[in-house]
Design a protein around this ligand. Structure first.
Ligand SMILES: C[S@@+](CC[C@H](N)C(=O)[O-])C[C@H]1O[C@@H](n2cnc3c(N)ncnc32)[C@H](O)[C@@H]1O
Length: 400
């Protein structure tokens, strides 16, 4: 479908090389996804970008807001590929994308084939105007581009077999479930307690069951679904702890809590510095009241924190957070996890956090990971840890 008259031989070579790389590293497993990557001219969707960067496995930033925060980008090819693998788009599918750029919509149009359709929605008129022009230029004039708040989906073309959300979401609005065909699938970068996972959910009756997940980062949702996180300063402007909207307001520690005398306990659990700790952090988030995420703060302000993000737990006058030190008698790439705390409840918070680190090590570290379900508010909820959002409950459960 691509208008290859716009394509140069050099672009074709670079595109083939990028696709080979994504296949070789196991990111692309489906030959149909590989064929789409070999076909869609990504450089046309990132104008003014040198060809080698257009075909690097990297995000291309397109727009910042007045505060300098990135609000639109053309996503990193490996994340796009992983999410398309998760989506499992079939020929003939009706697909909705939330968050436009043009490139991913074109890939999805290749996957749906002539009998399917792709609708892409973006809240930003500048993004939709650019996506429309670039899709036309690349030969994808049958992709429908809609300017609207994706919180409400795109009811005009519903129901969809697949919905692919390419912007960070904190909630699953009912419109997304309602506009998905029974048995259909939604892939969404869902942010829960400071970590974002692209989760593929199948619609089972009126709720969603997770079937796969991968780590990712996206720009944040604007519009009606924005602003679910609050940063509470605990050391002036230097260090804060971040809570989700649904968490207890009285649990916020006061500014200055880090100046109270500190305590530290080591867990005996050793990890490779490169080992992702997302499941550990989620385990702590789903078992410890007052869970939050420590942000900012250089050496001297807080103890060394694992570079994957510092899980923390707080009461009104105390805080404890995950720390690490070089593991004894192990290679330099291994660290021992521990917990640092300040305030009158520090020892109790530390002990509870260290216990959970040990439980994660013995029972959950080698998988299987957590399962997620999403139910509209008002449904009977399954067993598990429930996170109450504005429109839905997200239930996290840990297989025994
Ligand atoms: C990472 S970009 C999308 C990348 C794109 N899918 C591609 O092909 O590379 C995220 C987009 O989501 C859009 N966005 C943010 N909030 C939105 C909302 N509520 N509804 C629809 N789009 C939204 C932003 O304007 C931004 O263009």
């Amino acid at each position: 479908m691509a208008a290859l008259g716009n394509d140069s031989a050099q672009a074709e070579l670079l595109r083939a090389a990028l696709t080979r790389h994504l296949v070789a590293e196991g990111t692309i497993r489906d030959e149909r996804v590989a064929a789409a990557f070999r076909t869609v001219p990504r450089h046309l969707f990132v104008p003014y970008t040198p060809l080698d960067l257009a075909y690097a496995d990297d995000v291309v930033l397109m727009k910042r807001n007045q505060a300098g925060v990135v609000i639109s980008s053309v996503s990193q090819p490996s994340i796009v590929a992983l999410m398309l693998e998760q989506a499992g788009i079939e020929p003939g599918d009706q697909v909705l994308e939330i968050g436009s750029g043009g490139y991913n919509a074109a890939l999805m149009r290749e996957l749906t084939g002539p009998k399917g359709s792709v609708t892409t929605v973006d809240i930003d008129p500048e993004v939709t105007a650019r996506a429309r022009a670039l899709l036309d230029q690349a030969g994808y004039d049958d992709v429908l581009v809609v300017q609207a708040d994706g919180e409400y989906g795109a009811p005009g073309q519903a129901p969809y077999d697949r919905i692919v959300v390419t912007v960070t979401a904190w909630d699953i609005p009912l419109a997304w479930i309602d506009q998905l065909r029974p048995g259909g699938r939604i892939v969404v970068p869902l942010r829960v307690r400071g970590q974002t996972r692209a989760i593929a959910f199948d619609r089972v009756h009126g709720h969603l069951d997770s079937r796969s997940m991968t780590w990712c980062g996206f720009v944040c949702m604007q519009g009606a679904g924005a602003n679910y996180e609050r940063l509470v300063p605990i050391s002036g402007d230097e260090v804060g702890v971040c809570f989700d909207e649904d968490q207890e307001v009285d649990a916020h520690p006061y500014d200055g809590v880090l100046e109270q005398p500190g305590e530290r306990v080591w867990s005996g659990v050793v990890v490779n510095r490169e080992e992702p700790l997302f499941d550990l952090n989620l385990r702590l988030a789903t078992t410890l009241p007052g869970y939050c995420v420590l942000s900012g703060g250089g050496p001297g302000v807080v103890a060394p924190t694992p570079h994957w993000g510092a899980a923390a737990v707080a009461t009104r006058d105390s805080v404890a957070y995950l720390t690490s030190r070089q593991a004894r008698s192990a290679l330099a790439s291994f660290v021992e996890l521990g917990c640092n705390g300040h305030g009158p409840d520090a020892r109790d918070l530390i002990d509870r956090m260290v216990d959970q680190v040990r439980i994660w090590d013995v029972h959950h570290r080698r998988g299987p990971g957590p399962a997620f379900q999403v139910h509209p508010v008002g449904d009977e909820l399954p067993p598990g840890f429930h996170i109450g959002r504005r429109h839905s409950y997200i239930t996290v459960s840990w297989p025994e």
